[in-house]
Write a protein of this length. Structure first.
Length: 350
């Protein structure tokens, strides 16, 4: 993959998405002229990563408004809100999606007229994108500052949290990239991330493209890696964080956190505040998406298991707060007690 590949871009009257299901074999872009095109891209993981999904949803809202208005101004609000509800339901676990939809509804509800609403929605979608880029930069800086004075760091990460998952340099990946630019990285170990291999297809590709020293491992090698090689920290992303700091992230994250605790390795989340869901008190309230069983039975059309074997395929798992060393955000690093400190942040922000 070429350096500088981008996950999404608004181009005059439509949204262009990188089809991440084709990587690393092919670089294919999808032109989305309809909000339903974006719904499909989110469901199939052509666009993925909580921040990128949120940005895509912002632009999809613009497309939805234009489609609804082209049909008729009569009943437009009802049709528009129904389209936004369809967008929001595309992936239930990633809170950035529902957050972005809420932001777009807020803009629409305060528009002075239908004549101004379209431009205001587009400006808001662009603001979400630009804010995401700035968020990535600040997360990278705050996260890297945790390792001041340390060199030859060995970092383990899971799934994909880079430019392909955001509109900027990434969340956890942004921390890793900043550490490498500061000359502090010895090796970044990337889990392959079964069953869709986001770690091997995407993260490994991004690490190589950015010339960051790296090593790819299968998910079931992580325990041995921690036991036989020195790992300084595990840094992962997040799709939804509850008020108490419990976190939903790509399946396999919880297992890494348990292993990190056993081996006394710091375990960090890196995520923007748009990933926090303060309406839920704990991870037990997070809805976990279960995906198509054929994602486990097959890969790119190749049968890997008996075609009728029962499959359990949750896309995410929940890591309890007591296993999390800190949460790296664009505002700084949050540490335990999480409920108190998360509340304190929101109070300070007004």
């Amino acid at each position: 993959m070429k350096k500088g590949l981008w996950s999404l871009k608004w181009d005059k009257d439509h949204l262009i998405l990188l089809d991440q299901t084709k990587l690393p074999d092919e670089i294919v872009y999808i032109d989305c002229y309809s909000y339903k095109d974006v719904v499909s891209a989110i469901k199939t993981l052509a666009v993925r990563g909580a921040p990128a999904i949120g940005v895509a949803a912002g632009y999809a809202s613009v497309l939805a408004f234009r489609e609804c208005r082209a049909y008729s101004d009569t009943g437009l609000t009802e049709r528009f809100y129904a389209a936004l509800d369809e967008l929001e339901a595309a992936r239930p676990t990633a809170v950035n999606l529902s957050w972005a939809i809420s932001e777009m509804k807020e803009v629409y509800s305060h528009s002075e007229s239908l004549e101004t609403a379209g431009a205001e929605l587009l400006n808001k979608a662009k603001d979400i994108e630009y804010s995401d880029r700035d968020m990535c930069r600040r997360i990278g800086s705050h996260g890297a500052d945790l390792f001041k004075g340390k060199t030859a760091l060995n970092i383990l990460t899971h799934c994909n949290t880079g430019a392909l998952a955001t509109a900027g340099d990434g969340t956890a990946f942004s921390v890793i990239k900043e550490l490498n630019e500061r000359g502090q990285i010895s090796c970044v170990y990337a889990d392959e991330t079964r069953p869709l291999l986001q770690g091997s297809r995407l993260t490994a590709t991004e690490l190589m493209a950015n010339e960051i020293p790296c090593c790819l491992i299968t998910d079931n090698m992580a325990a041995m890696l921690m036991n036989t090689r020195h790992i300084d920290a595990i840094i992962v992303g997040a799709d939804r964080i509850a008020l108490n700091g419990d976190c939903a992230n790509k399946i396999g994250t919880y297992g890494l956190a348990v292993l990190a605790s056993y081996h006394h390795i710091p375990f960090y989340l890196a995520a923007p505040f748009s990933t926090f869901d303060t309406s839920i008190k704990s991870g037990g309230e997070i809805v976990i998406e279960e995906r198509n069983p054929d994602e486990v039975r097959t890969y790119k059309g190749i049968q890997l298991a008996p075609k009728d074997v029962p499959v359990f395929n949750p896309a995410f798992d929940v890591t309890p707060n007591h296993l999390i060393t800190g949460i790296i955000t664009e505002k700084g690093v949050i540490v335990p007690p999480y409920t108190d400190n998360i509340k304190r942040f929101y109070k300070e922000e007004g």
